[in-house]
Ligand binder design. Structure first.
Ligand code: PSU
Ligand code: MN
Length: 309
């Protein structure tokens, strides 16, 4: 393994033995949810993945290494670190490693760590994407370019509904990223199940998804795959009501002049305030749902008759 990576013994053993491993990101812990709900969620996700017979590997940067799997002390450090914890995307990784900063990895940076470690399946809440008003701000998440180049499957509940979903799907199509709907023809809208926008293909079981991953990567088509898994019916929020809350959060960000990588964490915190915590509850539920599907998918991938090239 690359010397900059530091896997926990549990993750190293699982990878060596070809057992299923699921990567988890840390930005959603440090910048996407408040303490201590974030810590509770992070621990809960790891437990769910273990219960499915897979090994969780939460990824973050600590003391100059990309950690692949975190022990409880490290998890606590990230969850309670507040502003001391940097938000790291591809751009920020080298600086954090060289300076020894504490950093949480976004979808993009987590994909990089996972791929270097040999982990193919990654569960999170929502992808970054094309922001509303990107035609003037040029704010397009580095997650999309990472999906174009790094061969990891990201299980998510779609892209966050604070984004411009049609434009996000257009970019994914241009960059050659398959967007698979898990049990749905529609791209889910994160807090709600429907966006009215089609996915590129519907899959009804994890074995089919595993075969698609294998077909893509065996062919040498490097790059990610999005497995869009809708929020469970019982946890979904009303799409139209959320739209009004999102408009309010966006207006607040605009009035305060929030720019760059601060935009997404600001909007998530604003939404939590505006919805009196309901967006946070939904976010936690959908991530748990994604962790379970990701664990089953990781198992299906390792169970394919021939190991991946
Ligand atoms: N979705 C969430 N909460 C989050 C994020 C996504 O529900 O905290 C994070 C992810 O880490 C994602 C990042 O990669 O936001 C995107 O940030 P940006 O838009 O700055 O690229
Ligand atoms: Mn951005």
């Amino acid at each position: 393994m690359h010397p900059t990576l530091l896997p926990t013994p549990e993750v190293a053993d699982a990878l060596n033995e070809g057992r299923p491993v699921v990567a988890l990101e840390s930005t959603v812990i440090s910048h996407g949810m408040p303490y201590p709900k974030n810590l509770e969620t992070a621990r809960g996700l790891e437990a769910l993945i273990r219960a499915e017979g897979a090994v969780p590997a939460t990824i973050a940067v600590l003391d100059g290494r990309i950690r692949i799997g975190l022990d409880d002390t490290a998890l606590e450090r990230l969850a309670s670190g507040g502003k001391e914890v940097l938000k790291l995307s591809r751009r920020d990784l080298p600086v954090a490693l060289a300076t020894g900063a504490v950093g949480a990895t976004t979808v993009a940076a987590t994909m990089i760590g996972a791929r270097l470690a040999g982990i193919r399946i990654f569960a999170t809440g929502g992808l970054g994407g094309v922001h509303r008003g990107a035609e003037t701000s040029f704010d397009v998440s580095a997650d999309l370019d990472e999906l174009a180049r790094t061969s990891v499957c990201v299980v998510c509940a779609g892209a966050k509904s604070i984004l411009d979903l049609p434009k996000t799907l257009e970019v994914l199509e241009t960059r050659g990223v398959p967007v698979l709907g898990f049990g749905t023809e529609e791209f889910p809208a994160f807090y709600s199940r429907n966006s009215g926008l089609p996915v590129s293909h519907r899959c009804d079981n994890v074995t089919e998804v595993a075969r698609i991953l294998r077909a893509k990567w065996d062919l040498g088509l490097e790059g990610g795959v999005v497995l869009a898994n809708p929020i469970p019916e019982a946890d979904a929020l009303d799409g139209a009501a959320m739209e009004a809350c999102i408009a309010e959060a966006l207006a607040d960000a605009d009035a305060k002049g929030i720019k760059g990588k601060a935009v997404t964490p600001f909007l998530l915190a604003a939404l939590e305030r505006i919805t009196a915590g309901r967006s946070l509850t939904a976010n936690m539920a959908l991530i748990r749902n994604n962790a379970i599907v990701a664990a089953r998918l990781a198992a299906a991938l390792t169970a394919l008759p021939r190991p991946m090239a």
